[in-house]
Design a protein around this ligand. Structure first.
Ligand code: UDP
Length: 239
């Protein structure tokens, strides 16, 4: 394929739930493999790839604290969940022959690398997929904010947010037949209308650094590669 991709370096953000398949909890290995193949097909184009994977398929700080757990402790458990997901994705990618590094915001040297910005940049230059784990390393944040932060630090040209739907709608397209998809929408509109693309701190961080967010469906086979080539439907969140 001689088609030159429009992007040189991108961030792919997926939720932990994206790794669950149709199960109710945790990791569904065939789904992890499927997403790894999607990543490989884009990596094969020569695009440098950063990834952030959430932890919601295992543990969410907010639900832990709702059940009486201390919030910051619950958030650290959520961050640890993202490390497990990152390791699962690393394993699936390396099974496909894609070199990867798991880079954690919380040092755990026996398990993965600590986050050192210049080192991560070097990995990307060497075409290693960098999977950023443990969120921002701070409670009260989300992995959407972590993805935006790392995308800025790594000079990614855009964040690709893979979801269950093919873009941002004015209301939930799984519930309302007349839901309308935006082809583009501004950061401010997302915030004002509570469009639920990402949490407000992530949107503000993207806005303040002019980092486009492209929302697309991860359920579409070949979707990630297609979106990078300008095919298929998605929503671009911009300034
Ligand atoms: N988390 C955190 N700080 C971060 C990122 C994540 O405390 O910088 C915790 C938080 O408790 C969150 C959990 O990790 O609920 C899992 O992340 P998230 O909810 O973003 O996962 P997703 O919804 O994308 O699966």
């Amino acid at each position: 394929d001689t088609h030159k991709p429009a992007f040189r370096r991108v961030m792919l953000k997926i939720s932990g739930e994206a790794l669950m398949g149709n199960t109710a909890f945790g990791l569904h290995p065939p789904t992890v493999e499927r997403i790894a193949r999607e990543v490989k097909s884009v990596h094969d184009l020569g695009v440098e790839i950063c990834m952030v994977i959430g932890g919601g398929n295992i543990f969410r700080g907010l639900s832990g604290s709702a059940q009486g757990m201390e919030r910051t402790t619950a958030d650290y458990m959520g961050m640890l969940a993202t490390v497990m997901n990152a390791l699962a994705m690393q394993s699936a990618l390396e099974e496909l022959g894609v070199y990867t590094r798991v880079i954690s915001a919380i040092p755990m040297d026996q398990v993965c690398e600590p986050y050192i910005r210049r080192r991560a940049v070097r990995h990307l230059e060497k075409k290693r997929v960098c999977i950023f784990a443990a969120g921002t390393g701070n409670p009260y944040f989300t992995t959407d904010t972590a993805a935006t932060l790392r995308a800025n630090e790594m000079s990614c040209e855009a964040i690709f947010k893979g979801t269950k739907v093919d873009g941002v709608y004015d209301k939930d397209p799984k519930k309302f037949e007349d839901a309308k998809r935006y082809s583009t929408v501004t950061y401010d509109e997302v915030l004002q209308k509570h469009l639920g693309v990402m949490d407000a701190s992530a949107i503000a961080l993207a806005r303040d650094n002019d980092l486009p967010i492209i929302v697309f469906s991860l359920d579409e086979p070949g979707g990630f590669r297609g979106i990078l080539a300008g095919e298929g439907t998605s929503t671009r969140v911009h300034g």
